[in-house]
Design a protein around this ligand. Structure first.
Ligand code: FES
Length: 217
């Protein structure tokens, strides 16, 4: 039968417009109309003992649902509440850290006796803790007239540095970092900053630590 354009036009007009309608199979761009609709597995849904829908259930049952779709549903209000609470906790935490930092910065550093000169002969070092019990430091005496002290924690990843008086360096064995023994300056390897310097005071033969100076260069 010859192709009648008028008849084809009538046929097309009669085609059901819904994408999953019979007769549209195989046409470009067709898909089931409910393809993106959430599926609810009947096994996941629990009906309350009284049989009434969830919207009519008491608040406690709505707050603690026992079927999966209801349990996984997050209301916009709940999400907003969660975001506000977590952001608030984050801000409070940051404020607490900043306050602690300010308090510590304003507190005068302690004055602590480190050693007597007799305890640190030339070419030796003495370990001590300053300003806190967990802050290991080294008192170094490279010659009779020089006393210096630095934090013992490497500025790379905090391994303990050890003195090498012959080489004039403090060596970090973890990744081969090197610092100048007399100045604490980083001279080789991964350490990015000099060692914090412990300020010393000599009273008679007694050596005191009186502060710590963190340095960037
Ligand atoms: S921890 Fe000292 S060089 Fe890495």
């Amino acid at each position: 039968m010859p192709d009648d354009p008028q008849r084809r036009f009538e046929q097309d007009r009669a085609l059901d417009a819904r994408l999953d309608a019979p007769g549209r199979e195989g046409l470009t761009g067709t898909a089931r109309s409910d393809v993106y609709a959430p599926t609810r597995d009947p096994d996941d849904v629990t009906v309350a003992p009284d049989g009434r829908p969830m919207g009519e259930q008491p608040q406690w049952r709505q707050d603690f649902p026992i079927d999966w779709p209801q349990d996984q549903y997050v209301a916009r209000r709940d999400l907003a509440k969660f975001l506000v609470l977590t952001s608030g906790a984050f801000v409070a935490g940051q404020a607490w850290i900043a306050a602690q930092h300010l308090v510590r910065a304003r507190r005068a550093p302690p004055r602590v006796r480190v050693a007597s000169l007799a305890e640190v002969p030339v070419g030796t070092a003495k370990m001590f803790r300053y300003p806190g019990d967990h802050d290991a430091c080294l008192l170094l005496r490279p010659d009779a007239d020089t006393l210096v002290a630095f934090s013992q924690a490497c500025t790379h990843l905090s391994c303990a540095v050890v003195p090498d008086f012959a080489g004039g360096t403090l060596v970090c064995p973890c990744h081969h970092g090197y610092f100048e023994l007399r100045t604490g300056r980083n001279i080789a390897g991964p350490p990015p900053r000099p060692l914090p310097r412990v300020e010393l005071e000599l009273v008679g033969d007694e050596v005191y630590a009186v502060g710590v100076t963190a340095r960037t260069v």
